[in-house]
Structures are given as C-alpha cells and as structure tokens.
Design a protein around this ligand. Structure first.
Ligand code: NAD
Ligand code: LMR
Length: 329
C-alpha cells in the first residue's frame, strides 16, 4: 500500500499534480494538504474512479498536517509563492523558507522515512533547509530527500528537438547543478541519442534551458510561473521513485541531492568544489537514491565554463538555506 501526500495541493502545481497522482495505479492513498481550499479539491478528485483513496486536510491547528502525513511513503512539496515578472527565485526565499521549514518539521515528526520531493523555490536553498530540519530531528536520510529538477530535463529535451528536430520524447540530457538560471547546466555534449547541435545555435539553446522558467513567468504576466509542465515533470519524478519502489531496475533521473550522503556522491563533491548539494543523474531503487552518477568527468570546455558559474551561484544559495535554520535554533 502506497500513501502519497501533496503539501500545497490547492495551488497551481498542486492541483494538476494531485490529479496525476490520484489516477496513478502506483498510489493507493493520496492525502492533500494546504492552508486553503483542500476540501473542494479533495471532493472533486475523490469522484474519480481511480485506485487511490483521496483525503484532504486544512491545518486544523497542526492536526491536519499530522493526519495528512501519518503513514506517508512519499511527500511532494509544491507549497509556497511563485515568481512574478522581474523576480528571481531567490526573491521567494523570504516567504518560502519558513513554509518549507514548517512542512519539513511535519515530515520529521509524522513520516520520517518517507521520500521527500521538494518543488518549492528557491530549490537550491529549500532542499538544504529541509535537510537541516531533518538533521535537527535526527531523521535525515540523504537517500530519501530530493530537489525536483525534472522540469529542466523536460525542457532540455523539448528545446533540443525544437532546434535539431526528431522525437522530443526520446532525447535524454543530463542537466546538472541547481535549479535557477546559471546554476542549471545542461550537458548537451552527452545528449542521447547523439545529435550535432549547430555551433551557432548552442549558446542560445543553453540559455533557453537555463532561463525557460522566465519565459513562462513573462507569458503569464503576473499570474505566476510554470504549473502544468511542472506538475507533469514532478509526477514523472514521483512515478520514477514509485516504479523503483516496485523493484523496477535501471531507473536513473537527475535530481538535486545531498552528495556526501549518497553512494558515489563524495567523488562528485570533490569535482564540484566541495558543494554539498548538486543535481546529477541518480539511480533509484526501492529505498530511494542508490547511486549518484558522475557525468562531469567528460564535459566540454564550454560546459566547464558554465559549471564554474554554477558552482559560484550554488555556494551562496546552499549557505543561505543552511544558515536560515542555524540562526533559528
Ligand atoms: P501557487 O501559489 O499557485 O500555489 C502554492 C500553494 O501553496 C497555494 O495553494 C498555497 O495556499 C499553498 N501554501 C502556502 N503556504 C502553505 C503552507 N504553509 N502549507 C501548505 N500549503 C501552503 O504556486 P505554484 O505555481 O503552485 O508554485 C508553488 C511553488 O513551486 C513556488 O515556489 C514555485 O516557484 C515553485 N516551482 C518550482 C518549480 C521547480 O522546477 N522546482 C517549477 C515551478 C514552480
Ligand atoms: C520554473 O523553472 O519554471 C520554476 O522554477 C518556476 C520559476 O520561477 O521559473
């Protein structure tokens, strides 16, 4: 029996993501939690004749979060405010840092063994926040905490197909680093199946992958950021974990993890200037991350330059998250 929970379930991402989980045969129970509107979203989804039983909770002074999380195997967190034009993801830190801290505290108390998937931005900092909270409750298992960077991977294959043609569902591109602007590094030299990207198109393509989020924020013109493509990408990652949980082998997905705590991660940490959190392709198994793979050993000179900028940006983002929790206690 698999119980999944979405925290922030009434939001732009939360609703379509909950729909996808509710109709997944891999989920037996889906609990929805948000500070508003969960009774309505829950009633709506509960009429679907899928396999998942849907339950919905409001805070109820803390009892709602406890009920939503108790017995959970997988918790997906898209709670928090989205960007408006002119904002960076880091501008969301002020509000979202506290939201993720409180929800991670709930995970530590009520379902400490669950897989935790963080979508709330800025992911580069909110994942370190969740890790620090779990550590402070002595329940941190780095093989079970994931920053969701799948949207960058989805965008990379779509945008590559836009340039070179071919089946956009078939391109696999390791996207490493973090999840904001220059910290997003698509390793197009390792694209599979192999295609030649025209040299005069390379920089614009990389820039589009790095700043794809801005494209949506601009188009939505004040009404938020990517929600539907994110729900799709977030579901794909959750589904990959659930499939691995069913003993399916050979599942590898890029995700932002705590390198020192995942097999293969320490070696990568040495390559990335000691950064503790970094997105790399990770092999998944029934207990979460099995092994971090290292695509950095064969990057091009151009990608090496992109990586240098990424390391610089990530360092500050990670420190900001860690410090946020350190200064609270
Ligand atoms: P939204 O405003 O539509 O929804 C957010 C939801 O979170 C709302 O329903 C709100 O009530 C809820 N919420 C706020 N505080 C909460 C709390 N303490 N507990 C539970 N729920 C709470 O926003 P959205 O468009 O769904 O985006 C959500 C977050 O996801 C944003 O931070 C956004 O930047 C981020 N995001 C990340 C990625 C990624 O690739 N990782 C992609 C897109 C968006
Ligand atoms: C995205 O990449 O679409 C998300 O991180 C949302 C944003 O703020 O761009």
């Amino acid at each position: 029996m698999v119980k999944a929970s979405v925290l922030g379930a009434s939001g732009g991402i939360g609703q379509p993501l909950s729909l996808l989980l509710a109709i997944s045969p891999l989920v037996d129970e889906l609990s929805l939690y948000d500070v508003v509107n969960t009774p309505g979203v829950g009633a709506d989804l509960s009429h679907i004749n899928g396999t998942a039983k849907v339950t919905a909770y409001l805070p109820e002074g803390g009892a709602g979060l406890e009920k939503a999380l108790t017995g959970c195997d997988i918790v997906v967190i898209p709670a928090g405010i989205p960007r408006k034009p002119g904002m960076t993801r880091d501008d969301l830190f002020k509000i979202n840092a506290g939201i993720v801290r409180d929800l991670a505290t709930g995970v530590a108390k009520y379902c400490p063994k669950a897989f935790v998937l963080i979508i709330s931005n800025p992911v580069n900092s909110t994942v370190p926040i969740a890790a620090e909270v779990l550590k402070s409750h002595n329940v941190f298992d780095p093989t079970r905490l994931f920053g969701v960077t799948s949207l960058d991977v989805v965008r990379a294959s779509t945008f590559v197909a836009d340039v070179v043609g071919g089946d956009r569902t078939k391109y696999k591109i390791p996207v490493v680093g973090g999840h904001s602007g220059e910290t997003i590094v698509p390793l197009l030299s390792q694209i599979s199946p192999k295609v030649d990207i025209p040299a005069d198109k390379l920089e614009a393509l990389v820039n589009r992958i790095q700043f794809g989020g801005d494209e949506v924020v601009k188009a939505k013109d004040g009404a938020g950021s990517a929600t539907l493509s994110m729900a799709y990408a977030g579901f794909k990652f959750a589904e990959a974990l659930l499939r691995a949980g069913n003993n399916e082998t050979g599942i590898v997905e890029p995700t932002y993890i705590y390198l020192p705590g995942v097999p293969g991660g320490k070696e990568i940490q040495d390559t990335v200037g000691g950064l503790e959190f970094f997105a790399v392709p990770v092999e998944l198994g029934p207990n979460g991350a099995v092994r971090a793979t290292n695509p950095l050993v064969k990057v091009s000179d151009y990608e090496e330059k992109l990586l240098e900028k990424c390391y610089e940006g990530l360092k500050g983002n990670i420190a900001k998250g860690v410090e946020f929790i350190a200064t609270q206690s």
